[in-house]
Design a protein around this ligand. Structure first.
Ligand code: NDP
Length: 303
């Protein structure tokens, strides 16, 4: 597996729950012909060539946009290690970010820095429309966490999904309509050729004036220069960004000091060792019984 500070945790947990597996740490992989399963954030080049008997490549992140899917042999299943605790952690972050925008915390932080004591009107949660782009494993968990607070919820997705208490807008034809009713927009899409740059100037213009944006998908979903223009002229009122095109941003990046941006270093969620190992162990069982593996990435869709 790739270098990681968590290697020992993965080793301990895997050795305990799947003692039949021999754990090897990159670059000490021994005979490459022995390697059937690989856990990696971004695998070495020529993976299939290096490990001709590889059966499953486990992504050490929920996204798989860091992998070159075209170069991966069709014999190898690419599996995401998403589990309920990872979804819970993400839902917690989205809850925090929605509440921060809902209660104008970015504006109050700016007031504090500038010595202003200036209450703003309170908007009821029942009057606030929160929309989630990408109603997948993580999007559903976030919506479920937001529902008890009474927000007006909606989702936008490729296929029709259940959105608690609200409407699911479907496909490109309903995207502008969806955006038009999002006071707070949460991006939870995977990064694919279809979603790359999806939040550009034209799309941001569809949002109600002063809407909030939360991006926990991938930085490249947002055209950053378009976001800055929208923030500067108030079309977007504030943004909570956990992901950027360049992480960390350059020293002179306007992200660091923008008064209407709350930045976090890609920590909204992460693969949890316990949950990740549970997926691996369950997939071993499924492989033995000839059952389909959990969380396999659909190469044709790219996620
Ligand atoms: P899933 O694959 O479970 O869900 C993705 C959802 O997006 C699906 O419902 C899918 O629709 C929808 N979707 C994909 N493409 C499109 C499109 N072109 N138009 C409309 N809807 C689309 O992924 P997860 O929920 O597990 O994760 C989502 C993303 O979150 C990850 O890919 C990763 O980039 C990001 N992430 C960020 C983290 C962070 O710390 N910031 C941590 C973990 C993940 P359908 O169901 O119809 O296929």
């Amino acid at each position: 597996m790739a270098d990681s500070t968590d290697v020992e945790k993965w080793r301990d947990r895997l050795t305990k729950l799947a003692p039949e597996l021999e754990f090897r740490q990159w670059p000490d992989v021994g005979n490459p012909l022995d390697v059937h399963y690989l856990l990696a954030w971004a695998p070495p080049a020529n993976l299939t060539h290096q490990f001709p008997n590889l059966r499953v490549l486990y992504s050490a992140g929920a996204g798989v946009d860091q992998f070159d899917l075209a170069s991966l042999s069709s014999q190898v299943s690419l599996v995401r290690l998403v589990d309920t605790s990872m979804a819970d952690i993400m839902a917690e972050y989205v809850l925090f970010a929605v509440l921060a925008l809902h209660r104008d915390i970015l504006a109050y932080q700016e007031d504090q820095r500038e010595g202003r004591w200036q209450p703003r009107p309170i908007v009821l949660a029942s009057q606030r429309r929160v929309g989630v782009m990408g109603v997948g494993t993580l999007g559903r968990a976030a919506l479920g966490r937001l529902q008890p607070l009474g927000f007006q919820l909606s989702g936008w997705n490729r296929s029709l999904k259940v959105v608690p208490g609200g409407r699911c807008y479907v496909g490109p034809g309903q995207l502008d309509e969806f955006l038009g009713q999002c006071d707070i927009l949460v991006n939870m899409l995977p990064l694919t050729p279809e979603t790359d740059g999806i939040l550009n100037s034209a799309r941001l213009d569809c949002l109600p004036h002063g809407a909030g944006l939360i991006n926990v998908g991938r930085g490249a979903h947002v055209v950053e220069r378009d976001l800055f223009s929208a923030l500067d002229d108030g079309r977007v009122g504030g943004a909570v960004l956990d992901v950027l095109i360049k992480e960390p941003p350059t020293e002179d990046s306007p992200f660091w000091n923008h008064p209407r941006v709350l930045l976090t270093p890609h920590i909204a969620s992460d693969v949890q060792v316990e949950g990740g190992v549970a997926v691996i162990v369950e997939n071993l069982r499924r492989e033995i019984h000839g059952m389909p593996l959990l969380n396999v990435v659909d190469r044709s869709k790219g996620y």
